[in-house]
Design a protein around this ligand. Structure first.
Ligand SMILES: C[S@@+](CC[C@H](N)C(=O)[O-])C[C@H]1O[C@@H](n2cnc3c(N)ncnc32)[C@H](O)[C@@H]1O
Length: 292
């Protein structure tokens, strides 16, 4: 007798619970629905339907990976971000729901600039899957984006994600160490750089430290290396009425603001993430500072 969807879902939940996975019930639903390409609601409405032996074997293999603390979306190979389906690869960070805060903060600026100038040029430094830049391009039709990264694997994945989401015509990539290889000025400079202090990385949960790439996490001794590099070059690449959006760690608002103020920027506002932590800072040129 083949398994039913109900039985397989319960077996998955119990196996994950036994492996100490706190979100066992939720993960079981996402894994099973993702692997069978079913909507979450179908798990309820189609619970009595049989699952083929082949699909049951695929699910059981995936459950063992989750039991060993591989994140659900790494196993599925893709995740949703701001309504886009993004493929993940070895050297890309899994985009986080908190980063959607950045997209929401920057959409009004991109629209304002596109309305005024007829277009809006965006550069996303450390683009990873392309998440931030592609979500902005999806929301603002007159915007064009450049995604940069130090990782060739990430750039290839970002290009593939642009193609999958019908945004390839307005998205380009460039391998660059922050702004080193970037030419010209942009209306929006955005980055979610690595910002975790090196000595904290061994204490992160296994889902993060063993599965997100180190280059996407490690911000150096004080977590601020990338902000220093970006702050020192950003003035040469920002249009006069442009903005810079930066994702930060929950305790980095003061330090990152001081760094950017020292380079002639002024903080327009800070936004909190879904958990109430400071997560996004938006800067503009300080009108009183000399232009570079
Ligand atoms: C925290 S991840 C953010 C990825 C993506 N923007 C997002 O929000 O999901 C940081 C990204 O910065 C890239 N990166 C690390 N060092 C870099 C460098 N020196 N220059 C450019 N990008 C770098 C990593 O490869 C990674 O893709």
């Amino acid at each position: 007798m083949p398994e039913t969807l109900d039985n397989l879902l319960a077996e998955t939940r119990d196996r994950l619970k036994a492996a100490g996975i706190e979100s066992a019930a939720l993960d079981a639903r996402h894994l099973v629905s993702g692997l069978l390409e079913l909507a979450l609601a179908a798990l309820v409405t189609r619970g009595r339907e049989p699952v083929s032996d082949e699909d049951a074997a695929r699910i059981r293999a995936a459950v063992e990976r989750r039991a060993a603390h591989e994140p659900v979306y790494r196993i599925l190979g893709e995740r949703e971000f701001s309504g886009l389906k993004l493929k993940l690869s070895k050297e890309t960070l899994e985009p986080r729901p908190d980063t959607e805060t950045m997209v929401e903060c920057l959409i009004p600026h991109a629209r304002r600039i596109a309305l005024k100038k007829g277009s809006c040029r965006i550069v996303d430094l450390g683009t990873g899957t392309g998440a931030i830049c592609l979500a902005l391009l999806d929301a603002v039709l007159d915007a064009r984006g450049l995604g940069t990264d130090i990782s060739e694997d990430a750039l290839a994945t970002a290009c593939e994600n642009a193609r999958r989401n019908g945004l390839a015509g307005r998205f380009e990539t460039l391998r660059s160490n922050w702004l080193e290889a970037v030419n010209g000025r942009f209306d929006i400079i955005v980055s979610n750089p690595p910002y975790i202090r090196s000595n904290v990385i061994p204490d992160l949960e296994p889902e993060v430290k063993f599965h997100d790439p180190a280059a996407a996490l490690d911000g150096g001794e004080d977590g601020l290396n990338a902000y220093r590099a970006i702050a020192s070059d950003a003035g040469r690449h920002l249009e006069p009425d442009g903005v810079i959006g930066l994702e930060i760690g929950f305790d980095q608002k003061q330090a990152v603001t001081a760094l950017f103020e020292a380079h002639g920027f002024h903080m327009l506002y800070a936004a909190k993430d879904l958990g109430g932590n400071d997560r996004v800072l938006v800067f503009e040129h300080d009108p009183a500072a000399p232009r570079v």
